[in-house]
Structures are given as C-alpha cells and as structure tokens.
Design a protein around this ligand. Structure first.
Ligand SMILES: NC(=O)c1ccc[n+]([C@@H]2O[C@H](COP(=O)([O-])OP(=O)(O)OC[C@H]3O[C@@H](n4cnc5c(N)ncnc54)[C@H](O)[C@@H]3O)[C@@H](O)[C@H]2O)c1
Length: 245
C-alpha cells in the first residue's frame, strides 16, 4: 500500500478531484483529513469512510487562522506526511468585465490559499519532512480567453511550487504540482454541452479526464515512490499540452 501509516490532508477534499484523492489515499493505507468549506459533503464522506480512517475539518483556505487550526487537528489525528493543496474555484469572465472583487476572490483561493496551506505544511514538516502537492492546471501553462484570474493564479502556483521546493529540499520536504487537463467534476457543471464538446476536442485522447486519474497522480507524488521528485509539475491532461509545445 502506497500510503500505509501516513497522515494526509486534502484541501477541497469534499468534492471532485479532492474527494477521489481522499478515497484513493485511504484505500492505500493513509489516515486522511478532508479539509473543505462544504461541511455537509465533507461530513458525509468522513462518515462513509469511518472515524478511524477519515476526519472532516471545516476550513476556508483563505483564512490563515482556519489553516493553522486545520494543521493542529491533523497533527493530532494522523500526523502531517502529505498534503494535497487542491481547493480551488473556476469562473469565466472577459478581462474587461472583471470587478476587483471577482479578481480578488479567485486569486485569494487559487493562489494565496495554496500559499497559506503550503506555508503551514512546511512549518509542520520541518522536523520529519513530507510531500506537498499543489494543484495547478493546464491553464497554468496555457492562456485561455475569459480566465484571466484563474490562469494568473495557476501560473503562480507552478512557480510558487519551484521556489518552495528549493526552500524545503534540505529539510526533506518535497513540493510538486499537478496540472490536470479538463476533468469531469462539479467545477465544470456551469458549462453547457457545446462548451464541454469543445473542451473534449482539446484532449487528443478524445475525452475529458476522470477525478480518479488525477487522484492517482496525487497519491503517487505524496508517496515514498516519488522520493526523488521535487519542484516538478506532472501534466495529467490526456495529451492536451503535447500539441501546444
Ligand atoms: N475540473 C477540472 O477540469 C480542473 C482542471 C484543472 C485543474 N483543476 C483544479 O483542481 C482542483 C479541484 O477542482 P475540482 O474540479 O475537483 O472542483 P470541485 O468544485 O469539484 O471541488 C473543489 C472543492 O474545493 C472546495 N473549496 C472551494 N473554495 C474553498 C475554500 N476557500 N476553502 C476550502 N475549500 C474550498 C469546494 O467546497 C469543493 O469541495 C482545483 O484547484 C481546480 O482548479 C480542475
């Protein structure tokens, strides 16, 4: 089992890619903390997996005090060996129509939230090391119309990952990122069928990704099998980027 006896935190763990990662991590022997704003879904998942294996902690990743409390509770429940820094939001808007608030909302969650969680993770991993996996996106590598804040945040996550990897290396703290292509999760539910068909065609494999396919990569990067991987980004994109580079 890849994560036997490890303690794992997954932010955004109550839905989509995060939920799939929680399920896979527990199946691989981890004890896991489901960290999310959505208490109803998070509590239900924790109850399904059982008290011994999973615990829900309500957290807003934009709030440093929530994040500190999350790590205190996780340290007590399971220890902090791996963190999947995955909570995020989407949203489509032409750049000229963005309000300051809309811009800030996405940057706060998708970039500052990732930093706040990684910072606290590194504080907790100073003595024994660990693995932090940040969720970036194919849109951290490529531009796309009407996603100015999202693409800026995800591009930021990629380079933040490299810097944190350099700072953590001597302490045995690995920091890497995953860049999913389009994955069929509730995040895409706002899109109409025409848009989904268009997005599907961007993937040479001819389909959207499944949350489990990103979860597999997150579990691998949090496991000791990835012991020489840090500062790297892993594309999980059905070949999307291959035709663009
Ligand atoms: N679905 C895709 O196509 C896709 C593609 C590339 C990258 N991603 C990234 O994958 C990650 C997960 O996305 P998903 O598709 O599973 O989305 P999702 O909407 O299914 O899940 C996101 C979860 O994050 C939680 N969340 C949102 N804001 C939060 C906050 N401030 N604090 C704590 N939790 C919060 C939500 O409650 C939700 O449970 C995101 O970072 C997203 O940008 C998704």
């Amino acid at each position: 089992m890849r994560l036997k006896d490890k303690g794992i935190i997954v932010t955004g763990g109550a839905s989509g890619i995060g939920e799939a990662t929680i399920r896979r991590a527990v199946a691989e022997g981890a004890r896991a903390v489901i960290a999310d704003m959505n208490a109803e879904a998070g509590e239900a998942l924790a109850a399904e997996l059982g008290d011994e294996k999973a615990r829900f902690v309500r957290v807003d990743v934009t709030r440093s005090e929530d994040v500190a409390a999350l790590f205190r509770e996780a340290a007590d429940f399971c220890g902090v060996d791996g963190v999947f820094n995955n909570a995020g939001v989407g949203g489509l808007c032409p750049a000229v129509d963005y309000t300051d608030e809309d811009w800030q909302h996405i940057i706060d969650i998708n970039l500052s939230g990732v930093f706040k969680v990684a910072r606290e993770a590194m504080r907790h991993m100073q003595e024994h090391g660990g693995s932090i996996v940040n969720c970036a996106s194919i849109l951290g590598h490529l531009g796309q119309s009407e996603t100015a804040a999202y693409t800026a945040a995800k591009g930021g996550v990629l380079n933040l990952t490299r810097t944190l990897a350099l700072e953590g290396a001597a302490k045995g703290i690995r920091v890497s990122s995953i860049s999913p292509g389009y994955i069929k999760t509730p995040l895409l539910e706002v899109l109409d069928q025409e848009t989904l068909d268009f997005l599907t065609d961007l993937h040479p494999v001819g389909r959207l990704g499944r949350p489990e396919e990103v979860a597999n990569a997150a579990v691998f990067l949090m496991s000791d099998e990835a012991s020489f991987i840090t500062g790297a980004d892993l594309l999980v994109d059905g070949g999307f980027a291959a035709g663009k580079s």
